[in-house]
Structure formats: structure tokens, C-alpha cells
Design a protein around this ligand. Structure first.
Ligand SMILES: [Zn+2]
Ligand SMILES: [Zn+2]
Length: 262
């Protein structure tokens, strides 16, 4: 069985369209739902089951849309609402469907945050802090948390299978040297490209051009842009995004449902 990595969501914190925004990007997404973006997350399908990477506030819609019927394990990149807000959706799954605890790997510093946010869900999740640079095996796939630069303790995940390497860094401002070395030459770098135009939050996120430059710096075969806001600084519609990306080889715009086979 081939391992698959699917983008469940590719939007920044407020999603696209944002209910409070009437910029050209949000207007376009209202008119053409294919251009809408749910909050960022991914699903890794291995022969040892399915691993959810982050649980966005849009999780239920994402799982229904992609016809996902089982979630075996969860890995969290970091404890920001747009990445953990949908965790509570899995209570019903655990209690009604599987009647089993779900293994939940999260940043060490997020364990106390989990207890504060979901004091009633210790019976649903088997909580284990992951460690940076430790490889976790799931059948024919391996997943390794690597350090990202995002203000709070945050990982990107390196996924390896069948000699292919995919690095998923939805929230990061560049990469620490150690992580950059580990993702060098990856087949896919799927990374934070929050801003079109000015990056007014350079400690936590990247712009589209910075993401493309990072892909070039680590010699990724393909750079896939995700965690896109269409309106944090300069609003942008899809045609303009495509125009920027066309100038570079090996760069793609991520979209909800995009899948990679490893
Ligand atoms: Zn974040
Ligand atoms: Zn985020």
C-alpha cells in the first residue's frame, strides 16, 4: 500500500472566506467554493492506520468532505486555536464508534494547555508529548517532529516512506538550521505561505515569496504553499497567486483535498 498525505485544510487562522471580510479574495471564495480554504491540517494514510495532523476548527467538515471514516492517531504541530480547535469533535467518535482512546501526540509544553482547554477529554485521548527529532513508526511510514520557528513550541513533521520524504511546516518563520538540514532535498516541502504582500508577522509566519525562497534554500523538489491568507496584508485572488507561482519551477499552490502519494 502506498502512503498518502492529504491536505485537509490550507487556510490561515480566519479561513477563506472569513465571515467578517469582504476583500476580493473572500468574495471570490464565496462565489467559487473551490477557492475557499478551511483551517490548516492534514491526514497521513499508512498501512498501520490513519494519522491526523492537527485538528482544525473545521475538522468535522474536512472529514466529511474527504469521506474519512477512521482516525487512529493524532499528531499536533502546536497549540494555536486554528490547529487544535476541532479536537473536541473526536469525543463523539471515540465514545460512540470505536469505544477506544485515541493516541494524541502533542508538544510537551501543550500538555497542561490541553488539560485547561479540555478538562473532560482525558478519557478520550491517550496524551503523549512528542519529542523533537524522535522518529515514530507507523507501518510503512515514519514521522519525525522537527523544530519550527513560530513563537511557541511548534513542530513541522518530516514524513518518510518508500524512500520519499515530505516535510509539512504549516506554521513557521523560516527554519532553524537543524531542521533545514533534515529536510534538505525533500521531495515535498509543504510550508507556511501566510502572507501575500507584506509580512507583518515575520516572527511567526512567512510570505509566499519567503516560502518559495525557503524551498530553494533547502533544495526541495517541490514547494507547496499552505496556510494561505488571502487578506492579511494585500488581498489576493487566485489568478494573481497563480501568476506569482508560475515564475518559479517546482512551486505549487496547496488547496483543500490536495493529495501526495509516497
Ligand atoms: Zn500557529
Ligand atoms: Zn496556524
Amino acid at each position: 500500500m502506498k502512503v498518502k498525505f492529504k491536505l485537509l485544510g490550507t487556510g490561515a487562522g480566519p479561513g477563506t472566506p472569513s465571515f467578517f471580510c469582504d476583500c476580493p479574495g473572500c468574495r471570490e471564495a464565496r462565489m467559487k467554493p473551490a477557492f475557499s480554504r478551511t483551517r490548516s491540517g492534514a491526514l497521513l494514510l499508512t498501512e498501520a492506520g490513519s494519522i491526523l495532523v492537527d485538528t482544525s476548527p473545521d475538522l468535522r467538515l474536512q472529514l466529511v468532505r474527504e469521506r474519512v471514516t477512521c482516525v487512529d492517531t493524532i499528531f499536533m504541530t502546536h497549540w494555536h486555536y486554528d490547529h487544535f480547535g476541532g479536537l473536541g469533535e473526536l469525543e463523539y467518535y471515540s465514545k460512540l464508534a470505536t469505544k477506544q482512546c485515541i493516541p494524541l501526540y502533542l508538544p510537551p509544553s501543550a500538555e497542561s494547555e490541553f488539560d485547561r482547554a479540555f478538562p473532560h477529554l482525558r478519557e478520550v485521548f491517550d496524551v503523549t508529548p512528542w519529542s523533537f527529532d524522535t522518529t515514530y513508526s507507523f507501518g510503512n511510514a515514519e514521522i519525525t517532529p522537527l523544530e519550527a520557528c513560530h513563537g511557541i513550541e511548534t513542530a513541522g513533521f518530516l514524513v518518510e516512506s518508500n524512500g520519499k520524504r515530505l516535510a509539512y511546516f504549516p506554521d513557521t518563520a523560516g527554519l532553524p538550521e537543524t531542521s533545514a538540514r533534515k529536510v534538505e532535498g525533500a521531495d515535498w516541502l509543504i510550508c507556511d505561505a501566510t502572507f501575500y504582500g507584506d509580512n507583518w508577522f515575520p516572527e511567526a509566519h512567512m510570505s509566499i515569496v519567503q516560502a518559495i525562497q525557503l524551498g530553494q534554500a533547502v533544495k526541495a523538489c517541490h514547494t507547496v504553499l499552505t496556510h494561505l491568507s488571502v487578506h492579511y496584508s494585500e488581498p489576493v485572488v487566485n489568478g494573481q497567486l497563480e501568476e506569482v507561482v508560475r515564475r518559479y519551477a517546482g512551486v505549487e499552490i496547496g488547496y483543500d483535498g490536495l493529495e501526495f502519494e509516497m
